[in-house]
Each structure stands twice: as C-alpha cells, then as structure tokens.
Design a protein around this ligand. Structure first.
Ligand code: HPA
Ligand code: ZN
Length: 338
C-alpha cells in the first residue's frame, strides 16, 4: 500500500526548531487557566478569541500573544501548556523539539523565573516519558525591551544554564536591530549557550547580516528577507546556516501574500538549509504537519524529505543523535517511495 501525502508528512520523523511555547496556548486552555487562576479575559468565549486572530503585521499578533500569556501563573500552568504542545507535536511525527520561551513576559507580571523553568522542565520530562520525545529550551530575549533588561534576564538564568540549549531573540523586529543585543549574545556565548535570533521576518537583509556578524548565531529564525540579497543568500548557503521557516505564520502575518508564492521551494533550490516549523501554532492555524501540508504543493517528495533531514541537521542535538534521526528519515523515505 502506498501512503497518502498526508500519511507521508505525518510519518516522516521530524524535529521542530521554531515554536514559541506561549504561542501554543489554545483558546480553550486560555479560558481554563483564566478560570483556574481567577483572571479575567477580554473575550466572551473561545469563538471570540479565534475571531480576534486576524493580523496584518507582526505587532498585531504580538499584542494579543502577550495578552494571552497573562493567564499563565503557576508551574502547573507552564507544565500543562508544554505538555499539550508535546502531545500535538508527537501526533504530527515530531520526535525532537527545541522550544522558545519568553521569561520577561512572565517575570514582568511577578511570575518568578523559577516557576517558569520548573513548569517547562516538568512538561519536557513528561514528554520524554509519554512519547519518548526529546526536547531543548531556548530562552528568548524580548527585543523591544532594553539591553540592560536582557542582561538581567541572562543573570537570572545562571542557576539553570545546564538546562538551557541556547538563547534567542524575538518580539518586535523593526527598530530593534540585532546590534542592540551584541553584548548580551557575547555573554551568552561565553556561558556556552547556542545562539539564535529572529531576523528578516519583517526586518531588512541588513538585520540578517547583523545576526550573523554581531550575534554570531548558530541558526537563523525566519530569514525570509535574506532572499532580497543574492550575496547574502550565497553566504548563508556556503555556511550551511539553518533557517527556521514558518509558512502559516508568514501567511497570517502577511510576510507572504499567498501560500502559492511562499519562498520555501526557492530557498531549498538556492542551497539553503531551510526547515519548516509552526512558530505560534495556536495563533496561526496549525502545528508542524499543517505547515508541511501548506507547502507540500510547492515541493517534490524529495524536498519534503530534505526539510525533515534539515530539521535534525540544524538541531542542537549531539552529532550522533542527529545522524541517527537523519538515518531514520532516509529509511522512512526509502520504505515509502512516492
Ligand atoms: N516573531 C517575533 N516574535 C515572536 C514571534 C515571531 O514570529 N512569535 C512569538 N514572538
Ligand atoms: Zn518566532
């Protein structure tokens, strides 16, 4: 029996490398946590929340994303949030996930850094037990806040360094270039942390260059606008820089006008190590398999397999583990020809 395209997408072993755990807060859980914590939400019901998710730019989304995160109070909340994501990811064939979290969104509301860490680590341990899924944590600095606040957040993370895979940079891109965080990223590198940054989602190719040259990133999040600069594309290809591309996010935030015009195929054909990810699945209408489905019409089966291979090659797993996962991808592809 040959597999349907959908079975092939779900069955491919995959890593997810660009998922903001706060962006996996489904409206149902938002209401449940609001009730559990005695917090008012501005919405009448779940349908009203979903109806509000119409965005014309990144900032429209961010405003609702930070508002939604205000229902997260206890370690149990963070554990439940993470485990709900891992359950969805496992059902989509994800075997390893490197998840972003935004501690400043929580510490600024009086939720201790430790509460966030305790909850997320409990969710990660449960995902290992329940699904055999491995995971890593990437602490993101909010780029609309100051360098000093980011440095303070890195200080708070010191007792947890062995539980962090790396640091990242997210939130409002335009007007907050990577250069603003060069010293924070240098300090994180000295602490042995991997470094990633959102760049070229709405910001210009110059921001992508800054992420490479000033933040010394190990991976680039989004990177769409790098395509405007052919010299930069050639450099990213030569350096085998992983791009964590998020198709449904790109459509919802108007980074692309139309999925048929999504650049994922062009990226792969330009030799870029592109991957496909969900970004904020509760807000953008789908988890990782939905994102593969969305771009599948633009790609060959071989290119879908390349995306899955790239997800492990671009992960922060030890080399022997990523090699084992790549071999599993190749075995799956060989056993299921188109
Ligand atoms: N871009 C920037 N910041 C974010 C995003 C994003 O796609 N998702 C959550 N925070
Ligand atoms: Zn993102």
């Amino acid at each position: 029996m040959t597999m349907t395209l959908d079975e092939f997408i779900v069955g491919l072993p995959k890593a997810e490398l660009h998922i903001h755990i706060e962006g996996s807060l489904e409206p149902e859980m938002m209401f449940a946590l609001a009730k559990r914590n005695g917090i008012a939400t501005p919405y009448a019901d779940v349908e009203a929340v979903r109806a509000a998710y119409s965005f014309s730019r990144l900032q429209d989304f961010l405003d609702l994303y930070y508002q939604g995160a205000a229902v997260l109070m206890t370690a149990e909340d963070f554990r439940d949030l993470a485990l709900a994501y891992f359950d969805r990811a496992a059902a989509d064939g994800v075997v390893h996930a490197e998840i972003f979290f935004d501690p400043q969104t929580h510490t600024s509301r009086g939720v201790p850094f430790q509460t966030v860490m305790d909850g997320l680590l409990a969710g990660m341990a449960a995902a290992k037990t329940r699904h055999g899924m491995t995971s890593g944590l990437i602490l993101c600095f909010l780029r609309h806040l100051s360098e000093a606040e980011a440095l303070e957040t890195l200080e708070q993370a010191r007792p947890w360094l062995d539980r962090l895979a790396g640091v990242g940079l997210d939130s409002s891109e335009v007007g907050h270039p990577p250069e603003k965080f060069a010293r924070v990223f240098a300090a994180a590198g000295e602490l042995g942390l991997k470094r990633v940054a959102h760049a070229g989602e709405e910001g210009p190719p110059a921001y992508v260059r800054e992420a490479l040259d000033l933040l010394h990133v190990d991976r680039l999040d989004h990177g769409n606008r790098a395509l405007e600069d052919q010299t930069l594309v050639a450099r990213l290809a030569a350096e085998a820089m992983t791009l964590t591309v998020c198709p449904l996010s790109n459509l919802k935030l108007c980074v692309v006008d139309d999925m048929a015009a999504h650049p994922i195929g062009r990226m792969l054909r330009a030799g870029l190590r592109a991957t496909v990810n969900s970004d904020d699945p509760a807000y953008f209408g789908g988890y990782v398999a939905d994102n593969y489905r969305a771009v599948a019409p633009l790609l060959s089966r071989t290119e879908l397999v390349d995306l899955a291979r790239n997800s492990f090659l671009g992960s922060f797993l030890p080399l022997e583990d990523s090699a084992r996962h790549v071999a599993a991808v190749d075995a799956f592809a060989a056993a299921n020809p188109a």
